[in-house]
Design a protein around this ligand. Structure first.
Ligand code: PMP
Length: 366
């Protein structure tokens, strides 16, 4: 036994609103085909590994000092990347970074949410949005999408006018369903929202839709675009998320961030990864083509496939999704049961991984 083991969670003086909740928990299993957390399946190329190793080696000699609290160099590099990717001229003052976009989202809710405030999201969507709302004691207002998981913009505009949420989450492309939102629809939602709109663009690199950064100047007191290096950038283990917004939004987040939250090692590794952006992002086109191949093959097997602009596919219909999920796992293929009735989500992998998934699907999908 281990010290303190006799105390259970239920014995602790936990906040009432956290009692009975479950932590975020995508299974981390050691199986041949890991297609469940929307990572880029391609490891960093040797030149990037060498660059990160050299950068970290240099930083190692300065680890007795705190890191740059404001991550100025990294934010400048992110501004260059996002300017090139979107065609919208952004500067260092428009960018903010943290340990994954989940931390960025938490900082946004710490600054703009909290007790007495409400955050609204269009469900099904990313499961961490309500969990981060709960952690910051922000009331969560779930609003349903259409049965086909698309967003009914006219209905959404009406809900925003009626509920007047302090924060609105719009995930585009949406996780776990895959569709992205055209800029004109987004503009209508933002115009109707009374306050902050967080456009979660974790999968933007995979989508042909224009980024919401194009709307920052039009709605500087409302728009925050959240992004991550965890997906297209193949840097999930590096933990680097960021946002683009008006400089005043960044000033607001400085009030809640912990000092030195981004380690020198993280900043140096992320900057090295950004230097190799072109190489890494070359895989995005291949992954999008693989997504379309897998979607077509699944539909050919008789599955109902939700159209996706991201690096994953939601598909069904299964009478018992959990049992079906287990059938895939029994064949060495880990996919995701996202809790949507009748559906499962698969991440697009390498061609060989996708072939393994499709071979299993041939046996499983009727
Ligand atoms: N937003 C969405 C929509 C996501 O799917 C994810 C990861 N699953 C994140 C944010 C957070 O990713 P990270 O913290 O790794 O940036």
């Amino acid at each position: 036994s281990t010290p303190g083991e006799r105390a259970a969670l239920s014995d602790l003086p936990l906040r009432d609103d956290l009692r009975g909740r479950s932590p975020y928990g995508a299974p981390q299993l050691d199986v041949p085909y890991q297609l469940n957390t929307n990572e880029n399946p391609y490891p960093p190329p040797p030149a990037l590994v060498a660059d990160i190793t050299a950068a970290v080696g240099e930083i190692a000699a300065t680890l007795h000092r705190y890191p740059d609290r404001d991550a100025t160099g990294l934010r400048t590099d992110l501004a260059s990347y996002l300017t090139a990717a979107t065609g919208v001229g952004l500067s260092t003052a428009n960018l903010w970074a943290a340990n994954g976009s989940n931390e960025v989202l938490q900082q946004i809710l710490q600054a703009f949410g909290g007790p007495g405030r409400t955050a609204l999201g269009f469900e099904p969507s990313y499961s961490m949005h309500p969990i981060i709302a709960a952690g910051t004691r922000t009331e969560w207002a779930p609003t349903p999408r259409r049965a086909d998981f698309s967003l009914d913009v006219a209905a959404a505009v009406a809900v925003l006018a009626e509920r007047a949420p302090d924060i609105v989450f719009v995930t585009s492309p949406n996780n776990p369903t895959g569709q992205s939102i055209p800029l004109a629809d987004l503009r209508a939602l933002i115009a109707a929202a009374p306050a902050i709109v967080v456009v979660d663009e974790a999968y933007a690199e995979f989508s042909p839709q224009e980024s919401a950064v194009a709307l920052i100047d039009e709605f500087p007191t409302k728009v925050i675009v959240s992004r991550t290096m965890s997906k297209a950038f193949a840097f999930a283990g590096g933990r680097l998320g960021y946002l683009a917004a008006a400089p005043a939004m960044v000033d607001a987040l400085l009030l809640v961030r912990l000092p030195y939250h981004l380690s020198s090692l993280t900043q140096a590794a992320a900057r090295a990864a950004l230097r190799h952006a072109d190489e890494t992002l070359a895989s995005v086109h291949a992954l999008a083509a693989e997504r379309d191949r897998v979607a077509l093959a699944l539909a050919g097997l008789g599955a109902a496939v939700v159209p996706s602009d991201a690096n994953f596919i939601l598909f069904g219909h299964f009478a018992d999704p959990h049992a079906t999920w287990q059938s895939y796992l029994d064949r060495g293929v880990l996919i995701r049961d996202v809790g949507i009735p009748g559906h499962l989500r698969v991440t697009v992998g390498t061609p060989a991984e996708n072939d393994a998934f499709l071979a299993a699907s041939k046996e499983i999908v009727q």
